[in-house]
Design a protein around this ligand. Structure first.
Ligand code: ZN
Length: 289
């Protein structure tokens, strides 16, 4: 099972500390999201494949036509937070308000319930597993926020499964589609998203994907926009992770879509025998907020 997903945000939504005047800052940046979106739509259409699009509320309000186009073309619209803040830095109340704003903005456009979600930067970790209660309260049934390896902004390195699982937290159950990881020399890493996707040569990536029976992907419109400006104030490491090999990534995505059959989360959910899926109980992690 290979699932294609895109996190829909503009080039300046790279995760960083957000000052109070972030909205002013954002509205002064050049809008470039359409370039990336057009390329994504083209690849999906040419290969006749579906994908799930996790959209931030900010984009839904600024560019409702993007959400409308995703929905009208028959692709799944999911939530990716309202303002793209990492989940674990927020209180439960802040987190719930932000997500609720996102869901409402998306539902206003699609007229359908939003049931799929991914946290910005895979930011559900041991410290904020309470997020699953909030997700359930807000009607989310499928989550793709778990990154079962260590990672700068998030990562749930002792999450045992890297296949679809049922997460249990207190009285709540959510179907989880974690990021897929490969293990080489005892180290877990992924090849099918963000900086990793740009870093590894395509042949290596294809080998890793062919070898596993579950692949989750995450791409952004900016991953396919090699003309984008570079955001100020990023560390050298961040710059490398965000911009390295950008000019080759569109060709890689094209090849990927051609070489493998991809489905979206809605289709995947129907194919899985959930009674046989691993049950992961997270209740024992402390409830700190
Ligand atoms: Zn994101």
């Amino acid at each position: 099972m290979r699932i294609l997903t895109f996190d829909i945000e503009d080039w300046f939504h790279i995760l960083q500390k957000y000052p109070d005047d972030i909205l002013d800052k954002w509205s002064n940046y050049e809008v470039r999201i359409h370039q990336g979106m057009d390329k994504i739509f083209k690849i999906l259409d040419e290969n006749n494949i579906k994908a799930t699009f996790f959209v931030i509320g900010y984009i839904a309000r600024k560019h409702p036509e993007i959400v409308k186009r995703i929905h009208d073309l028959g692709y799944e619209v999911g939530a990716h937070s309202d303002m793209h803040k990492v989940a674990y830095t927020q209180s439960r109340k802040q987190y719930g308000e932000d997500l609720s704003n996102c869901i409402n903005s998306l539902q206003d456009i699609t007229g359908e319930k939003i049931v799929s979600y991914r946290a910005p930067g895979f930011s559900i970790k041991k410290e904020n597993v309470w997020a699953f209660e909030v997700l359930s309260e807000l009607g989310i049934k499928y989550d793709a926020s778990i990154f079962p390896a260590s990672r700068e902004d998030g990562g749930f390195d002792d999450f045992a499964e890297s296949t679809p699982s049922v997460i249990k937290y207190k009285g709540v159950k959510i179907k989880e589609f974690p990021m897929s990881v490969n293990t080489v020399f005892g180290k877990r890493f992924t090849v099918t998203g963000g900086g990793y996707f740009r870093f590894f040569p395509y042949r290596f990536m294809r080998k890793m994907i062919a070898r596993s029976n579950y692949t989750m992907t995450y791409f952004h419109p900016r991953d396919f926009d090699s003309e984008q400006p570079m955001l100020d104030g990023l560390s050298l490491k961040r710059k490398f992770k965000s911009y390295y090999n950008l000019s080759k990534s569109y060709t890689k995505l094209k090849q990927l879509a051609y070489d493998f059959d991809f489905i979206d989360i809605r289709q995947a959910e129907k194919m899985i025998d959930w009674d046989q899926a691993p049950l992961v109980d997270l209740t024992h992690y402390s409830d700190n907020k």
